[in-house]
Design a protein around this ligand. Structure first.
Ligand SMILES: [Zn+2]
Length: 286
Protein backbone atom coordinates (compact mmCIF):
# COMPACT_ATOMS: atom_id res chain seq x y z
CA UNK A 1 0.00 0.00 0.00
CA UNK A 2 2.72 2.41 1.07
CA UNK A 3 4.66 1.51 -2.04
CA UNK A 4 1.63 2.24 -4.23
CA UNK A 5 1.24 5.67 -2.63
CA UNK A 6 4.93 6.43 -3.22
CA UNK A 7 4.53 5.34 -6.84
CA UNK A 8 1.39 7.45 -7.29
CA UNK A 9 3.15 10.47 -5.78
CA UNK A 10 5.99 9.96 -8.21
CA UNK A 11 3.60 9.71 -11.13
CA UNK A 12 1.81 12.87 -9.96
CA UNK A 13 5.12 14.73 -9.62
CA UNK A 14 6.18 13.64 -13.09
CA UNK A 15 2.83 14.67 -14.59
CA UNK A 16 3.09 18.09 -12.96
CA UNK A 17 6.68 18.35 -14.12
CA UNK A 18 5.67 17.57 -17.69
CA UNK A 19 2.85 20.09 -17.55
CA UNK A 20 5.07 22.80 -16.05
CA UNK A 21 7.66 22.12 -18.70
CA UNK A 22 4.91 22.49 -21.28
CA UNK A 23 3.99 25.90 -19.89
CA UNK A 24 7.48 27.33 -20.34
CA UNK A 25 7.71 29.74 -23.30
CA UNK A 26 9.34 28.19 -26.36
CA UNK A 27 10.86 30.14 -29.26
CA UNK A 28 9.29 33.57 -28.88
CA UNK A 29 8.54 35.19 -32.24
CA UNK A 30 10.54 38.23 -33.43
CA UNK A 31 9.43 41.80 -32.72
CA UNK A 32 9.21 42.81 -36.39
CA UNK A 33 7.62 40.94 -39.30
CA UNK A 34 4.44 38.85 -39.10
CA UNK A 35 2.46 38.71 -35.88
CA UNK A 36 1.79 35.05 -35.20
CA UNK A 37 2.53 34.82 -31.48
CA UNK A 38 4.95 32.46 -29.79
CA UNK A 39 4.91 28.88 -30.96
CA UNK A 40 3.01 26.38 -28.82
CA UNK A 41 4.82 25.24 -25.70
CA UNK A 42 3.07 21.90 -25.58
CA UNK A 43 5.70 20.43 -27.86
CA UNK A 44 8.39 20.60 -25.18
CA UNK A 45 6.91 17.33 -23.93
CA UNK A 46 8.47 15.58 -26.92
CA UNK A 47 12.28 15.59 -27.07
CA UNK A 48 13.35 17.48 -30.21
CA UNK A 49 16.48 15.34 -30.55
CA UNK A 50 14.51 12.07 -30.98
CA UNK A 51 12.29 13.69 -33.56
CA UNK A 52 15.23 15.14 -35.49
CA UNK A 53 17.06 11.81 -35.45
CA UNK A 54 13.97 10.02 -36.77
CA UNK A 55 13.60 12.69 -39.47
CA UNK A 56 17.25 12.33 -40.49
CA UNK A 57 16.82 8.54 -40.80
CA UNK A 58 13.62 8.84 -42.81
CA UNK A 59 15.10 11.54 -45.07
CA UNK A 60 18.18 9.38 -45.74
CA UNK A 61 15.80 6.57 -46.67
CA UNK A 62 13.84 8.79 -49.08
CA UNK A 63 17.12 9.86 -50.72
CA UNK A 64 18.32 6.27 -50.96
CA UNK A 65 15.08 5.11 -52.58
CA UNK A 66 15.14 8.05 -55.02
CA UNK A 67 18.80 7.33 -55.78
CA UNK A 68 18.01 3.70 -56.58
CA UNK A 69 15.50 4.91 -59.19
CA UNK A 70 17.90 7.51 -60.58
CA UNK A 71 15.46 10.14 -59.30
CA UNK A 72 17.78 11.99 -56.92
CA UNK A 73 18.93 14.98 -58.94
CA UNK A 74 22.71 15.53 -58.85
CA UNK A 75 24.42 18.53 -57.20
CA UNK A 76 25.23 19.90 -60.67
CA UNK A 77 21.59 19.93 -61.87
CA UNK A 78 20.58 23.57 -62.59
CA UNK A 79 17.39 23.27 -60.53
CA UNK A 80 19.31 21.83 -57.56
CA UNK A 81 21.72 24.76 -57.78
CA UNK A 82 18.74 27.12 -57.97
CA UNK A 83 17.03 25.60 -54.91
CA UNK A 84 20.25 25.73 -52.88
CA UNK A 85 20.89 29.33 -53.92
CA UNK A 86 17.43 30.31 -52.67
CA UNK A 87 17.91 28.29 -49.47
CA UNK A 88 21.23 30.03 -48.86
CA UNK A 89 19.40 33.34 -48.72
CA UNK A 90 16.48 32.12 -46.60
CA UNK A 91 18.23 29.92 -44.03
CA UNK A 92 20.35 32.62 -42.32
CA UNK A 93 17.01 34.04 -41.11
CA UNK A 94 15.79 30.73 -39.64
CA UNK A 95 17.47 31.44 -36.30
CA UNK A 96 15.17 34.40 -35.67
CA UNK A 97 12.28 31.97 -35.51
CA UNK A 98 14.05 29.10 -33.81
CA UNK A 99 17.49 29.62 -32.21
CA UNK A 100 18.03 25.84 -32.04
CA UNK A 101 18.00 25.68 -35.83
CA UNK A 102 21.56 26.98 -36.01
CA UNK A 103 22.65 23.48 -34.95
CA UNK A 104 20.63 21.79 -37.71
CA UNK A 105 22.29 20.00 -40.60
CA UNK A 106 20.23 21.55 -43.39
CA UNK A 107 19.86 19.54 -46.58
CA UNK A 108 18.17 20.58 -49.83
CA UNK A 109 17.44 17.98 -52.50
CA UNK A 110 15.41 17.66 -55.65
CA UNK A 111 13.58 14.45 -56.49
CA UNK A 112 12.35 13.63 -59.99
CA UNK A 113 8.64 13.00 -59.61
CA UNK A 114 5.41 14.24 -61.17
CA UNK A 115 4.08 14.97 -57.72
CA UNK A 116 3.34 18.62 -57.02
CA UNK A 117 5.00 18.51 -53.63
CA UNK A 118 7.74 19.82 -51.34
CA UNK A 119 8.57 19.33 -47.66
CA UNK A 120 10.94 20.19 -44.84
CA UNK A 121 11.24 17.56 -42.12
CA UNK A 122 12.14 18.40 -38.49
CA UNK A 123 15.80 19.34 -38.22
CA UNK A 124 15.92 21.01 -41.65
CA UNK A 125 15.66 18.23 -44.23
CA UNK A 126 14.19 19.87 -47.33
CA UNK A 127 13.06 18.26 -50.59
CA UNK A 128 11.29 19.55 -53.67
CA UNK A 129 9.77 17.37 -56.37
CA UNK A 130 10.37 18.33 -59.99
CA UNK A 131 6.58 18.28 -60.45
CA UNK A 132 6.02 21.38 -58.35
CA UNK A 133 8.69 23.38 -60.20
CA UNK A 134 7.60 22.32 -63.67
CA UNK A 135 3.81 22.12 -63.48
CA UNK A 136 3.47 25.48 -61.73
CA UNK A 137 6.32 27.14 -63.67
CA UNK A 138 7.49 28.74 -60.45
CA UNK A 139 9.55 31.91 -60.42
CA UNK A 140 12.20 32.37 -57.70
CA UNK A 141 9.85 34.39 -55.47
CA UNK A 142 7.29 31.57 -55.60
CA UNK A 143 9.91 28.90 -54.89
CA UNK A 144 11.02 31.01 -51.91
CA UNK A 145 7.40 31.20 -50.74
CA UNK A 146 7.04 27.41 -50.81
CA UNK A 147 10.45 26.89 -49.23
CA UNK A 148 9.63 29.47 -46.56
CA UNK A 149 6.33 27.70 -45.83
CA UNK A 150 7.93 24.27 -45.48
CA UNK A 151 10.87 25.57 -43.45
CA UNK A 152 8.37 27.36 -41.20
CA UNK A 153 6.66 24.04 -40.37
CA UNK A 154 10.06 22.76 -39.19
CA UNK A 155 11.09 25.95 -37.35
CA UNK A 156 7.76 26.27 -35.56
CA UNK A 157 7.99 22.53 -34.83
CA UNK A 158 4.47 21.71 -35.92
CA UNK A 159 5.28 17.98 -36.20
CA UNK A 160 6.62 17.94 -32.66
CA UNK A 161 3.47 19.63 -31.43
CA UNK A 162 1.21 17.19 -33.34
CA UNK A 163 2.98 14.26 -31.68
CA UNK A 164 2.82 15.91 -28.24
CA UNK A 165 -0.93 16.38 -28.64
CA UNK A 166 -1.41 12.78 -29.76
CA UNK A 167 0.68 11.55 -26.86
CA UNK A 168 -1.18 13.71 -24.38
CA UNK A 169 -4.29 11.63 -24.94
CA UNK A 170 -2.56 8.83 -23.11
CA UNK A 171 -0.29 10.89 -20.90
CA UNK A 172 -1.03 8.72 -17.87
CA UNK A 173 0.38 5.64 -19.55
CA UNK A 174 3.39 7.56 -20.81
CA UNK A 175 4.18 9.08 -17.45
CA UNK A 176 4.04 5.64 -15.88
CA UNK A 177 6.33 4.28 -18.58
CA UNK A 178 8.68 7.21 -17.96
CA UNK A 179 8.68 6.46 -14.24
CA UNK A 180 9.58 2.89 -15.06
CA UNK A 181 12.34 4.05 -17.34
CA UNK A 182 10.69 2.75 -20.51
CA UNK A 183 11.48 5.84 -22.55
CA UNK A 184 10.17 9.34 -22.84
CA UNK A 185 7.19 10.89 -24.56
CA UNK A 186 7.36 10.93 -28.30
CA UNK A 187 10.05 8.27 -28.42
CA UNK A 188 7.27 5.75 -28.24
CA UNK A 189 5.47 7.07 -31.32
CA UNK A 190 8.74 7.40 -33.19
CA UNK A 191 9.85 3.96 -32.08
CA UNK A 192 6.63 2.58 -33.51
CA UNK A 193 7.69 3.80 -36.94
CA UNK A 194 5.70 7.03 -37.16
CA UNK A 195 6.12 8.36 -40.70
CA UNK A 196 6.86 12.06 -40.44
CA UNK A 197 6.06 12.67 -44.07
CA UNK A 198 2.54 11.32 -43.65
CA UNK A 199 1.81 13.65 -40.75
CA UNK A 200 -0.92 16.16 -41.54
CA UNK A 201 -1.00 19.58 -40.00
CA UNK A 202 -3.96 21.51 -38.67
CA UNK A 203 -5.48 24.50 -40.42
CA UNK A 204 -3.91 26.83 -37.85
CA UNK A 205 -0.47 25.21 -38.44
CA UNK A 206 -0.92 25.87 -42.16
CA UNK A 207 -1.82 29.50 -41.59
CA UNK A 208 1.14 29.85 -39.25
CA UNK A 209 3.47 28.32 -41.87
CA UNK A 210 2.05 30.60 -44.59
CA UNK A 211 2.75 33.71 -42.53
CA UNK A 212 6.13 32.71 -41.08
CA UNK A 213 7.17 31.46 -44.53
CA UNK A 214 6.24 34.79 -46.08
CA UNK A 215 8.25 36.56 -43.37
CA UNK A 216 11.33 34.39 -44.07
CA UNK A 217 11.08 34.93 -47.84
CA UNK A 218 10.77 38.71 -47.36
CA UNK A 219 13.82 38.87 -45.06
CA UNK A 220 15.76 36.92 -47.71
CA UNK A 221 14.86 39.48 -50.38
CA UNK A 222 12.06 37.52 -52.10
CA UNK A 223 8.83 39.28 -52.92
CA UNK A 224 6.21 38.17 -50.37
CA UNK A 225 3.46 39.11 -52.85
CA UNK A 226 4.46 35.90 -54.67
CA UNK A 227 2.21 34.03 -52.21
CA UNK A 228 -0.78 35.43 -54.09
CA UNK A 229 0.35 34.32 -57.56
CA UNK A 230 1.45 30.97 -56.14
CA UNK A 231 -1.98 30.20 -54.71
CA UNK A 232 -3.64 31.38 -57.89
CA UNK A 233 -1.49 28.93 -59.87
CA UNK A 234 -2.23 26.16 -57.38
CA UNK A 235 -5.93 26.90 -57.68
CA UNK A 236 -5.72 26.73 -61.47
CA UNK A 237 -3.97 23.37 -61.35
CA UNK A 238 -6.40 22.21 -58.71
CA UNK A 239 -9.23 22.60 -61.20
CA UNK A 240 -7.65 19.91 -63.35
CA UNK A 241 -6.31 17.53 -60.70
CA UNK A 242 -5.75 18.33 -57.02
CA UNK A 243 -1.99 18.34 -56.45
CA UNK A 244 -0.51 16.38 -53.56
CA UNK A 245 0.64 19.59 -51.86
CA UNK A 246 -2.94 20.84 -51.83
CA UNK A 247 -4.44 17.66 -50.46
CA UNK A 248 -2.39 18.20 -47.29
CA UNK A 249 -2.60 21.99 -47.48
CA UNK A 250 -6.04 23.59 -47.29
CA UNK A 251 -6.36 26.15 -50.07
CA UNK A 252 -8.81 28.75 -51.16
CA UNK A 253 -9.50 32.41 -51.28
CA UNK A 254 -9.12 32.65 -47.51
CA UNK A 255 -5.46 31.81 -47.87
CA UNK A 256 -4.82 34.61 -50.37
CA UNK A 257 -6.89 36.90 -48.15
CA UNK A 258 -4.66 36.12 -45.13
CA UNK A 259 -1.52 36.74 -47.18
CA UNK A 260 -2.87 40.10 -48.35
CA UNK A 261 -3.97 41.00 -44.85
CA UNK A 262 -0.46 40.43 -43.48
CA UNK A 263 1.56 41.90 -46.35
CA UNK A 264 1.96 45.24 -44.58
CA UNK A 265 3.98 43.51 -41.84
CA UNK A 266 6.49 41.97 -44.24
CA UNK A 267 6.82 44.50 -47.07
CA UNK A 268 9.20 46.64 -44.94
CA UNK A 269 11.41 43.56 -44.45
CA UNK A 270 11.43 42.94 -48.19
CA UNK A 271 12.22 46.57 -48.99
CA UNK A 272 15.03 46.55 -46.41
CA UNK A 273 16.51 43.36 -47.90
CA UNK A 274 16.42 45.03 -51.33
CA UNK A 275 18.10 48.16 -49.93
CA UNK A 276 15.15 50.39 -50.75
CA UNK A 277 11.90 51.76 -49.33
CA UNK A 278 8.38 50.39 -49.79
CA UNK A 279 7.27 53.24 -52.06
CA UNK A 280 10.22 52.62 -54.37
CA UNK A 281 9.53 48.89 -54.76
CA UNK A 282 8.32 47.90 -58.24
CA UNK A 283 4.83 46.45 -58.71
CA UNK A 284 4.70 42.68 -58.47
CA UNK A 285 4.18 41.13 -61.87
CA UNK A 286 1.50 38.47 -61.49
ZN1 LIG B 1 2.03 23.25 -44.96
Amino acid sequence: MKQTIVKLKRVFALTMGALLMACAPVNPSPKDGVKVGDSSSLKSMVPASSLEQAAARQYADIKKKAGAKNALMPDTHPQVIRLRTIAKKILPHAEIWNPESKKWQWEINLIASDEVNAFCMPGGKIAFYTGILEKLKLNDDEVATIMGHEVAHALREHARERIAKAQLTNIGANVVSQALGLGSLGNQALGQGLQLLGLSFSRSDEKDADLVGMDLAARAGYDPRAGISLWQKMGQLNKEKPPEWLSTHPSGESRIYEIQRNLADVMPLYAKAKGTTIDRLPEYRY
